[in-house]
Design a protein. Structure first.
Lengths: 106, 827, 185
């Protein structure tokens, strides 16, 4: 079961983070927060903070999956868990990129 | 013991009852797999006939073939049947038939559950068919958007048939998914570690896990909508604090993963069949597994791309647009892994390969148009036009029907032990391929010209007449092709032309048995050392038949198999299966009575049905088990393991764990719905909030701590040889306290029919009450088992299963009470 | 986008046919994985999709309603099976199934519904946007020239769905003023 968990954990984390940021975006837009710092609106600043946190979290997961202490004994599971680890990281960067690219509540 | 003598002995132990009586009492996966596939193909024909009616209607402008009311029923039923009654059951049937054989085991984890799932599918599907014959079929589109499907705009019984019938069928999907998950993880041949699993098993495992997490949102949506329709709880009525967008979220939270739930098993078929047709192993096995896992997860992050036109802010759309483009990458990896396999090997053009080539042509086009509609501005134009209809048929027909036909022709010799004599299949393939592309290429075109989906007629001056006629002609060519496949299969079954045992020279274990397969699959279970055991050892079938594997000596008339450790494939438990029984069909009939009573609003029969289900379920679990401890069992080849009843992690525990995973997804979706309504729905805040009740909250929390703690203590006491009854009574008291608190919450929910807030609290409380009562019932059952002598310090499997349910009830009970009271406080 | 899709499709078809013609010698599995899976399966789609996604988001941003000085605001309320249009510049004026707008000026349509979900779609002016109960979704449209543009409701809405259409009349400046004064009705 641990081996299955090693394979699933990174994309599972991405899915949770992705949904959470989508929800956060909805809540922020509904709350009507306005105001700016350095020409960037607070909504976007909060979202960017969350974006960076998510990416750091996924990087940490990749590091853990590569760490010999946590790695599986099976070389196959090691390979697949590394691959899905990278998938989690790339998916986080890619799918949440609109945080810095598009307008937020329009 | 000689091979023939072993065969006779095993056959008497494993065989179903002879003749048609066997259909109703069989729990054998080979029988049920065949029944599943036959029934699913029957529904495919029905759905196909409906498609013919649609094309007949659209062939000419101002068609008077069917009026709008009938036409709406036809296209709704076409989509519903193809999705729920053909595609998903076909996967279930194929997996049920194939998995134990390909994994080197004798049956699936829970044979009676397989049968129960099958009968739920048959009864639920029949309800929809009856509705169609009576002309009261659902008519709101297969997506059932409220308010159109709500009580005000669809007052008839049509929509209820959909909501209740489909929920009934989904029980079968959840049952099959639990079954498949546990079977792939635990019921494999010794030595088959994760990296030696046949690729189809990986795909089946991933698909089953997706069903467990993808279907609950839809089941929740159906329950809420039916509650709104039957009892006026306004979850989707905007003026009463509901929101129709909640349905869209719940529906597509299911609906998009659904597409991949359909595609992944087909990809599993291709990954199995294509390498055999190319006489080489699959290229990049590890990559393909990783791609399939990634695809499964990414597909859960796409649901809003069906809602691009609902007015969600652009950044919200952009997240899902990005994720939708990303999902093409793991698909691409699989496609190129398959093409690379073709380059690596020597591909031929036998019939399964033809269908795989048909898949490539069709699916790649579907994928490319899919990338187009993932781009938001393009979708704003194409959405709800015939372009989308064409796109989704390229994906589903290309990505499911062609691969399934490839699989059908690949495994047909296995189903029957015969060879094809008449060569209709090749001609049929040509007709299907040409007919399909003519039909749906034309539909892309007319969609770009602005023809909307789901319109019953159009005018000559729209300029779509010729294209629609071409499309309709193509669809009839396609239909003739499919009728020829049917004829081919029937002729195959009627001609006694024996085939060789392994006609394709495949390497996987399902070909290591005589065909048609014996009821027990393998006379003895193999020890697996590679991904293609038959190529590693061509003598394997004969050696297994001689009993040189595990469990080669039948004893005590037991249906025996073994389970393995998930990662390493080391044997860890000995399992005795239940025999033939009519319990599953009776229980699904009583379950059907429950749904039918709700449908026809005969509320007085609902408690009767519930009591019936409880009694049958009690009997179901009671029949298993023994009054004496079993010594560790010898499996042969010098190996001894404990019986499953002596284990803390029995198959039942694993099944419960995955069933609770699905259940937790359901609960999570319910909490999501609550949060969504609260933050997004326009009609909030509600007129009155819940008044906090420290007593209710305290009783619930105390009950949760008591039940969970007492159950753990009981387990420890039992293991040490002490008496567990007192601890169980305390657990029961705790569970009843949770039930009381949740029931109190339900009675205090403010005006449930007047605002979605109260309605949601009512449902939350009901969910907690149900699970607390269920846990209490299980504890009572366990007390009866202890007093009946069915447990001991060794036979502890039932304790750990009940612990899971008690813990679950405690956790959700606490969450429900906290959430409800927090909402009251925040006001 | 269509030609790009055509090129990719042709590429896949060629790759499918070639193994039937050529006799490939055995090559190393690692090398094949690098070519097929890492190269064609991973790098190639990621590049294409990144470009496509960037383009899509950019265009999507351009289509968003932005604050401009001369925006005209109108309302559209769908019900089974008719649209009622209202005009901010002419309070009290309503039209059935014909929306009047000025040509050459951006128009914000506030879309909502009185009963079930509908969708407001004028193919030549903009993409579609849904009419959702309890919400007003804003769609920016602009007609370059005066004339009549066909519109459709593009969300299935029951038995009268196929006949549920409307039209948009774009006026020149004088015609728009006349409409607002009520001369045309």
């Amino acid at each position: 079961m641990k081996d299955i968990l090693r394979i699933l954990i990174a994309p599972l984390t991405w899915l949770a983070a992705f949904s959470a940021i989508y929800g956060l975006h909805g809540v922020l837009c509904a709350s009507g927060i306005s105001g700016q710092t350095l020409g960037i609106s607070w909504v976007r600043l909060i979202l960017m903070g969350a974006y960076i946190l998510v990416i750091l979290g996924q990087i940490a997961l990749v590091a853990v999956l590569y760490h010999p202490k946590f790695a599986s004994r099976s070389s196959f599971v090691r390979f697949v868990s590394h691959a899905t680890g990278w998938v989690g990281l790339v998916a986080a960067i890619w799918s949440l990129a609109p945080v810095v690219m598009t307008s937020h509540c329009g | 013991m000689k091979a023939l003598e072993r065969h006779r002995k095993l056959t008497t132990i494993w065989a179903s009852e002879p003749g048609f009586r066997g259909w109703f009492s069989t729990v054998n996966h080979t029988d049920l797999g065949r029944m599943f596939l036959t029934t699913a193909f029957f529904f495919f024909i029905v759905g196909g006939l409906l498609a013919m009616l649609i094309r007949a209607q659209l062939a000419t402008p101002h068609s008077a073939f069917a009026g709008a009311e009938i036409y709406n029923q036809i296209f709704t039923m076409h989509g519903t049947i193809m999705m729920f009654l053909f595609a998903i059951p076909t996967f279930e049937g194929l997996a049920i038939y194939l998995l134990p054989k390909i994994l080197g085991s004798r049956d699936l984890a829970f044979p009676r559950l397989t049968a129960y799932g099958y009968w739920c599918y048959v009864f639920g599907g029949s309800m929809l068919l009856v509705a169609m014959v009576l002309g009261i079929a659902p008519e709101g589109g297969w997506f059932m958007y409220p308010p159109l499907s709500g009580p005000i705009h669809s007052p008839g019984i049509n929509t209820d048939f959909w909501l209740i019938g489909i929920t009934f069928v989904e029980i079968s999907a959840i049952a099959a998914a639990v079954e498949i998950t546990v079977s792939v993880l635990k019921y494999r041949a010794p030595g088959m570690s994760l990296d030696k699993m046949p690729i189809f098993a990986w795909y089946a495992l991933i698909t089953a896990l997706m069903i467990l997490t993808g279907f609950p949102p839809l089941i929740l949506g159906s329950v809420l909508l039916e509650l709104e329709r039957a009892f006026g709880l306004p979850f989707f009525q905007v003026d009463l604090g509901g929101d129709s967008l909640l349905w869209q979220h719940l529906f597509w939270l299911f609906g998009h993963p659904e597409v991949y739930i359909i595609f992944l098993p087909a990809a599993g078929v291709i990954s199995t069949v294509l390498p055999v047709m190319c006489r080489t192993p699959l290229l990049g096995y590890g990559w393909v597994v990783a791609a399939a896992v990634s695809l499964a997860f990414l597909s859960f992050g796409l649901w809003v791309h069906h809602m691009f036109t609902t007015g969600i802010p652009h950044m919200g759309l952009a997240f899902f647009s990005a994720a939708s483009t990303l999902v093409a990458v793991p698909t691409g990896i699989q496609i190129f892994a398959w093409i690379g396999t073709m380059w690596k090997g020597k591909p031929d053009l036998r019939l399964p390969m033809l269908h795989i080539l048909g898949f490539f042509c069709t699916f790649v086009i579907g994928g490319l148009t899919g990338v187009m509609v993932a781009v938001v501005p393009f979708d704003w134009q194409a959405h709800d036009t015939a372009f989308i209809t064409a796109h989704l048929h390229y994906v589903l027909f290309g990505g499911f029907v062609f691969p399934i036909f490839a699989g059908l022709y690949y495994w047909l010799p296995h189903f029957t032990g015969r060879q094809r004599f008449f060569r209709l299949g090749e001609f049929a393939f040509a007709l299907i391929f040409v007919g399909f592309h003519v039909t749906f290429l034309a539909m892309h075109w007319v969609g770009l010209l602005g023809q909307r989906r789901r319109i019953p007629t159009y005018a000559p001056e729209d300029g779509w007449t010729t294209i629609n006629l071409i499309s309709s002609v193509g669809s009839f060519v396609l239909a003739i092709g499919i009728a020829m496949v049917l004829l081919d299969v029937i002729l195959h079954g009627l001609t006694f032309y024996r085939g060789p045992r392994n006609p394709w020279n495949a390497g996987t274990l399902e070909w290591a048995m005589t065909t048609p397969p014996p009821a027990y699959n393998f006379a003895s279970l193999p020890h697996v050392t590679g991904r293609e055991p038959l190529h590693d050892d061509p003598e394997l079938p004969a050696r297994l038949a001689r009993g040189e594997g595990y469990l080669g000596t039948p004893k005590h008339d037991w249906r025996e198999t073994l389970t393995v450790d998930i990662a390493s494939g080391r044997p860890d438990m000995h399992v005795i299966y239940p025999g033939n029984t009519r319990l599953p069909i009776v229980m699904s009939a009583v379950t059907g009575l429950f749904f039918l009573s709700l449908l026809l609003k005969f509320y007085w029969t609902v408690p009767v049905a519930v009591a019936g289900v409880i009694c049958l379920a009690w009997r179901w679990v009671w029949k298993q088990g023994r009054k004496d401890d079993l010594e560790p069992m010898s499996l042969g080849r010098g190996l001894k393991v404990a019986n499953a009843a002596m284990s803390r992690r029995s198959p039942g525990w694993w099944g419960t764990a995955f069933l609770l995973t699905a259940n937790a997804t359901f609960f999570g979706s319910l909490l999501f719905g609550f949060a969504f309504l609260w933050t997004v729905a326009p009609g909030w805040p509600p007129p009155a909030w819940l008044a906090a009740s420290p007593f209710e909250l305290g009783a619930g929390l105390a009950g949760a701590v008591l039940s969970s703690g007492a159950m753990r203590h009981t387990m420890r006491t039992n293991r040490k040889g002490g008496k567990p009854v007192l601890g169980l009574i305390l657990t029961l008291a705790g569970a009843l306290a949770i039930a009381f608190a949740c029931a109190a919450l339900m009675t205090r929910a403010p005006a449930p029919v007047e605002h979605a807030y109260g309605a949601t609290l009512l449902v939350l409380g009901g969910y907690g009450l149900f699970h607390a009562c269920l846990a209490a019932l299980m504890v009572v059952f366990l007390i009866a088992r202890v007093r009946g002598g069915y447990t001991s310090s060794g036979r502890q499997a039932e304790f750990s299963i009940v612990t899971l349910w008690v813990d679950y009830a405690a956790v959700i009970g606490v969450l429900i009470l906290l959430v409800a009271h927090a909402s009251g406080f925040s006001s | 986008m269509l030609s790009g899709a055509g090129v990719i499709f042709a590429l896949v078809m060629v790759l499918l046919v070639l193994p039937y013609r050529a006799q490939n010698g055995p090559k190393g599995e690692t090398r094949q994985i690098r070519v097929w899976i890492v190269g064609l399966g991973l790098a190639f789609p990621m590049t294409v999709l990144a470009a496509l996604l960037g383009y899509g988001l950019f265009v999507g941003e351009q289509l968003l309603p932005r604050d401009l000085p001369d925006v005209v605001r109108v309302g559209a309320e769908g019900r089974q099976w008719a649209w009622t249009f209202t005009y901010e510049d002419a309070p009290g004026t309503t039209t059935q199934d014909v929306l009047h707008i000025p040509a050459g000026r951006p128009v914000d349509v506030a879309i909502t519904t009185a009963d079930v979900i509908h969708s407001f779609w004028v193919p030549r002016l903009a993409g579609k946007l849904d009419a959702v109960p309890g919400r007003a979704n804003i769609l920016r449209i602009e007609a370059d020239a005066p004339g009549v543009y066909q519109g459709l409701s593009a969300e299935f809405s029951g038995a009268g769905y196929d006949r549920f259409t409307f039209s948009v009349t774009a006026h020149d400046a004088a015609g728009w003023q006349a409409f607002l004064r009520g001369d045309e009705r």
